[in-house]
Design a protein around this ligand. Structure first.
Ligand SMILES: [Fe+2]
Length: 294
């Protein structure tokens, strides 16, 4: 039995004070949006409660699918590293970046520079896709984060990453590993054109051809389960999770995370999904529990 905890979109608060030189281009609109809206949503205490509960479950591994940062200010990256280290060592925590981590061109290299140990393969080599093997589990990390224009939160994988993903999935299938794809943007979403994964149709074709066992994403800050077409009539679950820092008063989608208990072998995998989140009492409690696979 392997237990994976999945959390996403912590959007660490509070936003550090920006330098004037940093408030240019897209960061200006992002800063205004933070001050008017997002600072009331992403709550340090909610995130601390979620992280404490994750640790109490003693998972074998923790996956974080992006958006540690908010507007990719220089000061957000060392703080993000501290937060990743608070989850655990890089061997036990895997991170893939989101659009807020690669928010502007000037910050495109910051995530790799500060968080590279958490987004690399087992030999410490960065780049996407990367693969980490843990028992009979393979974690495949993708990056959809690309700098975009103001008011856009779209993602992009690109031809090279998708071609390497196809080869990687194929290779791992022959190793009889349970293949978990980690990605920030969901391949299926109803949140609108300005937030979508632009080459989702190609990703779906890769999954349909080469298969995967589970795809985990963030970005929409919602509990979501969709099914992608896999090879030979199989279906691949794609599961999204709330922001790990959404405050209690921020709406129905308050802070939560998912646990996956994975067991079995190729052709007979079992995967149980357990959602845990912030209850009205302020405690983190189980919300749902069911067999996702098997
Ligand atoms: Fe986000």
């Amino acid at each position: 039995m392997f237990t994976l905890a999945h959390l996403s979109d912590p959007h660490l608060a509070p936003l550090p004070a920006p330098r004037w030189s940093e408030l240019i281009g897209k960061r200006v609109t992002g800063y205004i949006n933070w001050q008017r809206n997002r600072r009331y949503i992403h709550d340090t205490a909610a995130l601390a409660a979620i992280v404490a509960d994750v640790k109490a479950q003693i998972p074998d591994h923790i996956a974080v699918t992006g958006d540690i940062a908010n507007i990719a200010l220089t000061a957000e990256f060392p703080r993000g590293r501290d937060w990743l280290e608070s989850l655990g060592p890089a061997h036990d925590v895997t991170f893939v970046p989101g659009n807020h981590d690669i928010y502007v061109r000037e910050a495109a290299s910051f995530a790799a520079r500060h968080w590279g140990a958490y987004m690399c393969d087992d030999d410490g080599v960065g780049g996407f896709p990367f693969v980490r093997r843990r028992g009979n589990i393979a974690l495949i990390g993708l990056s959809t984060g690309v700098p975009t224009a103001p008011f856009l939160a779209t993602g992009w994988l690109g031809t090279k990453q998708l071609a390497e993903l196809a080869a990687t999935l194929n290779k791992l299938k022959n190793e009889n590993l349970f293949r978990i794809v980690l990605i920030h943007h969901p391949p299926i979403s109803e949140t609108g054109r300005n937030k979508r994964l632009l080459d989702a149709s190609v990703l779906k074709r890769v999954i349909a051809t080469h298969g995967a066992d589970l795809l985990l994403h963030g970005h929409d800050h919602l509990h979501m389960i969709n099914w992608l077409e896999g090879p030979n009539g199989t279906r691949v679950p794609t599961v999204g999770v709330h922001s790990a820092s959404a405050a209690f008063g921020a709406g129905k989608d308050r802070a939560a995370y998912n646990l996956y208990r994975i067991d079995g072998a190729r052709g007979a995998w079992k995967c149980e999904l357990i959602s845990r989140g912030l209850a009205s009492s302020g405690q983190v409690a189980q919300q749902k529990r069911f067999m996702l696979i098997g």
